[in-house]
Structure formats: structure tokens, C-alpha cells
Design a protein around this ligand. Structure first.
Ligand code: ATP
Length: 328
């Protein structure tokens, strides 16, 4: 029943992403607005098991909307994967009279929340927070926009060096098993080639493309490689392969790494996080559970968690086509 929810907890879990703080702020402020009690859980499910809780009010989240990372800290918690661990977490929540929780995280965090709900009938709502944009049912996850802007900014700088020295750069970007960061940032930064796990074009095609690029008069090239791409074993192997087969190129590698996860969130991520936080609390108030808040065609939607964790979001074929046309 909607009226039974009086106290809501919020936690961040799994890998951090820019905009998580804006989502925490939104959940806390929405609770204050609706005169619900709100509790922050520190260190994800680990803190839930250990009772690492703090009462929050609207002022507890001052000046965090612009900060990257998560003020609540995040953690990977093996104990929550066990029935005993989840039992301990449940006892902590009951002890503090918490009626529901909002978890900001990725697939693993949602899987844990769903199991928890199945076992204890405890209301849960998920907010997608990951830079990879791989969660099914939402066009955007919180942190993705910031990450692609960080990547584009970095590639713009690398391009300065690449064109000054007529070099070829392989730039490895994050994204785990999916190529959303690579494809979007690659198109945005005008990369000559984009290698993503969803599309294994092979080494021969890479060589052909680089040869064509050289012939057409390009003095420098940027190839974006998603970390999950299978064209070569890794980005360094790609460099060796190209140097061996196309000695005309002076090749460099840049692995962007964790700079992609940090930094102040973009306005897009802040707005998205603010909207999703409101929707999450509203959903709990309406007696809903086991949903992830998503966004499709600019509208917020509630996606069953079961569906959200069932697969990764497919790559945007239209954007692949745009990229192919842009690299001619
Ligand atoms: P990211 O996308 O950044 O990896 P995530 O939420 O997928 O975020 P995970 O490390 O996979 O990150 O999961 C976060 C936490 O969720 C785990 O440390 C664990 O506590 C819990 N969790 C994950 N999978 C399960 C599961 N199958 N059963 C119970 N709990 C789980």
C-alpha cells in the first residue's frame, strides 16, 4: 500500500559514475518534499549489512550536485550475494524502520535488489548509474553523457599531437563488453575508425581503412578502440600489428582509463539524475516495486528490473552508419 512507505533508504552500489550525487540529492530532497524520512546507506550493500546508515534531510545534500563520484561511497559486496548476507541486511533495515530502498547502480546492484525483494517482499527501485550505458530499457544511464564528453575532450587534445607529428593514435576507451562510449565519442571526436565489440571487422579491414586514409591525404589518424573489442587481443597488439604491416605509420597508444569515470557531471547527467530521483520516490510512494527508472524518447518510464538485467542495450545501428559515412 502506498501509505505504508514512510522511510526510504538510498545507496550507491557497484562502480561509481558522475551524476550519482545528483541522484542521491534528488532522492533525499524528494523525500523531504513529500515529508518522508530518508536514510543514506554508506558503502553500498556492505553498509546495508553493517548498518552504516545516516538520517538525511534536505540540507544534508547541499553542494553535491556538481561533484563526481559518490558521497555515499560505493562498494562491491560479496556477502550480499549470499542468503545469510541479505538476511543481515534485512534485519538492519527493519531495525531502522526502513520501508523501501532506492539503489543507484548497474546490473549487479539491480540483480541483488531483485533477489532481496523476492526473499523479503521488500520494496526496491533502481536508478541506472553507470558510464557504460549498457542497461536495457533506458536510452541513457547516469554518467554516460559526462564520460563521452570527457573522452571527446581527451581525443581533441590527442589529435593536436597526432596532427603535429603525422601520427596514428590508438585510443582505448572504457565500456566493458559494449561499444556505446567508443561509438558516440568516436563520432563526436571525428575518429577515423571505431572498433567496438558489437562489430568485429577484422584486422584486414583495419589495414585497408588505414591505407585508404593515408592515400586520401590524411596526415594523422585517430582510431578509437572499445576496451571489449576483439579485433586484436588488446590495443598494444593492434599497434604492433599495424606497425609491422604498415611501416609508413608512426603509431602511439593512449589508454584513457579512469579519467573517464570521474569529473563533474554534465548538465545533462545532473538533470537526468534529478528527474530519475523524483520518479523513484514517487514510484515507491505509489506502492510500486522491482522497477528501474529509465528514459525513452525524453520521457521517464518504469522498466521491470527483470527486463533491465536480462540483456545489454544493443548498439545504435544508425550511428554506425553515420560513422561509416563520416570516415570516408
Ligand atoms: P557496474 O555496472 O559499475 O559494475 P554493478 O551494479 O553492475 O555496477 P556489481 O559489482 O556487478 O556492479 O554489483 C554490485 C553489487 O551488487 C555486488 O558487489 C553485490 O553486492 C551485488 N550483487 C551483484 N550481483 C548479485 C547477485 N547475483 N546476487 C546478489 N547480489 C548481487
Amino acid at each position: 500500500m502506498a501509505s505504508e512507505i514512510k522511510k526510504i533508504a538510498v545507496l550507491t552500489s557497484g562502480g561509481d559514475s558522475p551524476g550519482m550525487n545528483a541522484a542521491i540529492r534528488s532522492v533525499v530532497r524528494t523525500c523531504a518534499y513529500m515529508e518522508l524520512e530518508c536514510v543514506a546507506i554508506y558503502r553500498g550493500y556492505q553498509g546495508m549489512i553493517e548498518g552504516d546508515f545516516k538520517e538525511m534531510d534536505a540540507r544534508s545534500v547541499n553542494n553535491i550536485i556538481n561533484k563526481g563520484g559518490t558521497v555515499l561511497k560505493s562498494a562491491r559486496c560479496e556477502e550480499f550475494r549470499t542468503k545469510e548476507g541479505r538476511q543481515k541486511a534485512y534485519e538492519q533495515l527493519r531495525k531502522h524502520n526502513i520501508d523501501a530502498f532506492v539503489v543507484i547502480g548497474g546490473n549487479g546492484s539491480f540483480t541483488g535488489a531483485l533477489l532481496f525483494n523476492k526473499e523479503f517482499g521488500f520494496p526496491v527501485i533502481g536508478i541506472p548509474g553507470t558510464i557504460d550505458n549498457d542497461i536495457l530499457g533506458t536510452s541513457y544511464t547516469i554518467g554516460f553523457d559526462t564520460a563521452i564528453n570527457t573522452v571527446v575532450e581527451a581525443i581533441d587534445k590527442i589529435r593536436d599531437t597526432a596532427s603535429s607529428h603525422n601520427r596514428l593514435f590508438f585510443v582505448e576507451v572504457m565500456g566493458r563488453d559494449v561499444g556505446h562510449i567508443a561509438l558516440n565519442a568516436g563520432v563526436g571526436a571525428g575518429a577515423e575508425e571505431i572498433l567496438i565489440p558489437e562489430q568485429n571487422l577484422g584486422l584486414e579491414r583495419l589495414l585497408d581503412s588505414l591505407k585508404r586514409s593515408k592515400k586520401s591525404g590524411k596526415s594523422s589518424s585517430i582510431v578509437i578502440v572499445a576496451e571489449g573489442d576483439k579485433t586484436g587481443k588488446n590495443v598494444f597488439e593492434l599497434k604492433e600489428y599495424v606497425e609491422e604491416h604498415l611501416p609508413i605509420y608512426d603509431v602511439r597508444v593512449s589508454v584513457l582509463g579512469h579519467i573517464q569515470r570521474g569529473g563533474s557531471p554534465t548538465c545533462f547527467d545532473r538533470v537526468l539524475a534529478s528527474r530519475m530521483g523524483v520518479k523513484a520516490v514517487e514510484a515507491l510512494r505509489q506502492g510500486k516495486s522491482n522497477y528501474m527508472v529509465g528514459i525513452r524518447d525524453t520521457k521517464l518510464v518504469l522498466v521491470p528490473i527483470e527486463e533491465a538485467i536480462s540483456a545489454h542495450t544493443a548498439i545504435d545501428e544508425e550511428l554506425i552508419r553515420v560513422s561509416d559515412i563520416m570516415t570516408t
